[in-house]
Design a protein around this ligand. Structure first.
Ligand code: ZN
Length: 289
């Protein structure tokens, strides 16, 4: 089972991120919680660098910034603004448009939009593992794909929607774009996002492929799966109008669904994942910049 556990030693409750110092202290606590190790030479001793939060190895003199090696790496605006945007994006029910994020933080709309992309990128790695009673269906949506000549091409994209049924509802969901309904594509989905002990049911076209490598039943709860898929599609169209970054939009929708009952410490927990996440340069996220 793949579940993200948060070390109990971190004080998530009532953390405040109102100042740059409070944000720095939080990152420092998580990034170096088992002590400092120089990434260049492995030395354990350090002295403070000239910028706040930086640490300098006392052997090879390499300076490591507080943001290095985390998803904050390369970010040029104050941490307090980043933490604020994370709070808005993970707690607001309908997500917060980048125009509003820009207005609140004083950043440009493009900067706020790029940061939102980064948040969604981290959400992609936080997709839940479904357990027990799992229902799998495929769905399609019109996606706009960037072409090399700058034009956009409209394609019909296929994605898989997974529902963990509990009672009459969906306890957890996941969705992932698959380029083709092939064994390898579906195997990646079932291996990464479905618990090995789960009872798996899939719609007929998917069952045909999945059955080749694992046991799978056909009796899915069609009305529940349709409802989850419909809400997902409507929410994406409602929020973005057109689908450019399908996997990111799907991940954001699933993250919200799976965490909507978590009232406490959701920002802190997401920031923890953000710090633990590898660097995600904007060029890599967006491609065409
Ligand atoms: Zn060193």
């Amino acid at each position: 089972m793949k579940a993200q556990s948060f070390p109990s030693l971190f004080r998530f409750t009532d953390r405040k991120f109102d100042t740059e110092e409070e944000c720095l202290a939080f990152i420092e606590e998580i990034k170096w919680h088992s002590g400092f190790t120089c990434r260049q030479c492995g030395h354990k001793k350090y002295c403070r660098g000239s910028r706040k939060g930086d640490r300098q190895c006392t052997r090879c003199r390499k300076i490591e910034s507080i943001k290095a090696g985390t998803a904050f790496q390369g970010m040029r605006f104050p941490l307090v603004k980043a933490f604020f945007m994370i709070r808005m994006l993970v707690t607001d029910k309908k997500s917060c448009p980048s125009t509003l994020l820009a207005k609140y933080t004083g950043l440009s709309q493009k900067t706020a939009w790029l940061f939102h992309m980064k948040v969604m990128h981290v959400m992609k790695d936080l997709l839940a593992t479904l357990e027990d009673d799992v229902h799998l269906v495929n769905a399609t949506i019109h996606q706009l794909i960037h072409q090399k000549d700058g034009k956009k091409n409209k394609v019909m994209a296929t994605y898989v929607v997974g529902v963990e049924k509990k009672g009459k509802g969906a306890a957890k969901i996941f969705a992932r774009n698959i380029t083709r309904k092939t064994i390898s594509g579906l195997k990646a989905v079932t291996t990464n996002y479905i618990d090995t002990q789960a009872s798996l049911k899939a719609c007929a076209p998917l069952k045909k492929i999945i059955s080749k490598h694992q046991s799978c039943h056909e009796k899915i709860d069609q009305s529940l799966c349709s409802r989850v898929s419909r809400v997902m599609r409507e929410s994406i169209y409602g929020r973005y109008g057109r689908v450019m970054y399908l996997d990111e939009y799907l991940a954001e929708h699933c993250y919200r669904h799976n965490h909507h009952l978590e009232k406490e410490n959701i920002t802190e927990k997401f920031c923890y994942s953000f710090i633990k996440h590898r660097p995600a340069p904007y060029k890599l996220l967006i491609g065409q910049f």
